[in-house]
Design a protein around this ligand. Structure first.
Ligand SMILES: Cc1cc2nc3c(=O)[nH]c(=O)nc-3n(C[C@H](O)[C@H](O)[C@H](O)COP(=O)(O)OP(=O)(O)OC[C@H]3O[C@@H](n4cnc5c(N)ncnc54)[C@H](O)[C@@H]3O)c2cc1C
Length: 334
């Protein structure tokens, strides 16, 4: 992780810590058996989706506590792209600005804490933090995101967010027309090959030991996409985007950027303990929600990458978070 990113993460934690300290002042202390704060809503995960939910709820003057551990998925990227009004800003700057704006709303509390367990039912949910603090709420918004699982290839995690990226909408424009690489992650990668043509006609596909059917190989050949077989043994970074992909055969392939789609998993297992219904995507698991972003359990809403099977992004997380906040609030109107 770059020094600049580390400093920002530290700053983010500090903001959260001061609020957490206020939260744990003498006289306001809490135990893990007794709920002292009955919120309208507890939001678990205070990044793009969670803060967007908090903003709507705060503007509706609802009591909200946002619990967050400060690890947004795109923290490895130097810039965030495709977000209206915030294009090409460092992702942690966007979040810091959002937190600052939320300070206007007296009913919104931002707490730097990890939700460790959740129990209860609509109107009586209880959340216990890893520090043992217990909070109550009538509704929950789950927005704790997903974690990308780095493959065991030397250089992969070091390059993630720089020379190795997942999404052409996020990072394609800056390297358009250049030589791209793509690590095959399953049949959905064939769709990526077609998609990438809007950015470049210089693409090399790395199978990394995965089987590709003969008809797909024929289509790749028709599209002039070379296929490099064999396991990748190392990815060597060269500058901010460029990388050299080393293959077990001794073949080295330099690329100007490498696209990859590692599997991911939810950042926490709280939905499992709540037995919420999930669905599988080619790369992981997401929570099922209805059109009001309510999960399979009444009173529990979900937003952001944790519940987005199609196109995870900052914009979609913010939209879904706003919807979850609004529908949670409307469900409490008498
Ligand atoms: C390398 C990379 C680059 C990207 N670039 C872009 C881009 O340029 N533009 C774009 O639109 N999208 C980009 N994305 C996608 C974007 O990062 C996600 O879509 C977005 O972060 C989803 O927001 P979210 O709020 O759902 O989840 P996240 O941003 O992942 O936030 C989840 C939050 O929940 C917290 N949390 C987790 N568990 C707990 C718990 N138990 N208790 C309390 N808090 C918890 C985490 O610390 C985190 O702060 C990129 C992704 C990657 C991997």
């Amino acid at each position: 992780m770059q020094r600049r990113t580390l400093l920002k993460l530290a700053a983010l934690s500090t903001i959260g810590f001061s609020r957490a300290q206020a939260f744990a002042q003498p006289g306001r202390n809490i135990s893990n058996t007794e709920s002292i704060t009955m919120n309208d809503v507890i939001i678990i995960g205070g990044s793009f989706a969670g803060l967007a939910a908090a903003l709507q709820l705060g503007r509706a003057r609802r009591n909200v506590t946002v619990l967050d551990t400060g690890l947004p998925r795109n923290r490895f990227a130097e810039h965030s792209h495709g977000v209206l009004g915030h294009d090409h800003k460092p992702p942690l700057d966007i979040l810091a600005e959002a937190r600052q704006q939320l300070a206007r709303y007296p009913t919104v509390k931002l707490v730097n804490a990890q939700a460790a367990s959740v129990s209860g039912n609509i109107d009586k949910f209880s959340v216990v933090t890893s520090a043992g603090n217990s909070l109550g709420a009538r509704r929950l918004v789950l927005s704790y995101g997903v974690v990308d699982q780095m493959p065991d290839i030397p250089g992969f995690s070091e390059g993630w967010g720089g020379s190795i990226v997942p999404c052409p909408y996020c990072d394609g424009f800056e390297v358009a027309g250049q030589h791209w690489g793509l690590i095959w992650s399953g049949p959905q990668s064939h769709g990526q090959v077609k998609l990438f043509r809007d950015w470049t006609d210089r693409l090399t596909l790395f199978t990394h030991g995965q089987a590709i059917s003969p008809d797909v190989r024929a289509d790749l050949s028709r599209r002039n996409v070379p296929v490099v077989d064999g396991l990748i043994t190392e990815i060597v970074q060269r500058g901010s985007h460029n990388a050299t992909v080393k293959i077990e055969t001794g073949h080295d392939v330099p690329v100007d950027v490498l696209f990859a789609h590692p599997r991911n998993k939810p950042s926490a297992g709280l939905h499992e303990s709540l037995s919420l219904v999930t669905s599988n995507t080619p790369l992981g698991t997401v929570l099922k929600v209805d059109e009001r972003r309510e999960t399979s359990t009444p009173g529990i809403y979900a937003a952001g990458d944790l519940s987005n099977p199609l196109m995870p992004s900052v914009t979609t997380a913010v939209w879904q978070g706003a919807m979850a906040g609004i529908f949670a609030q409307q469900s409490m109107v008498v």
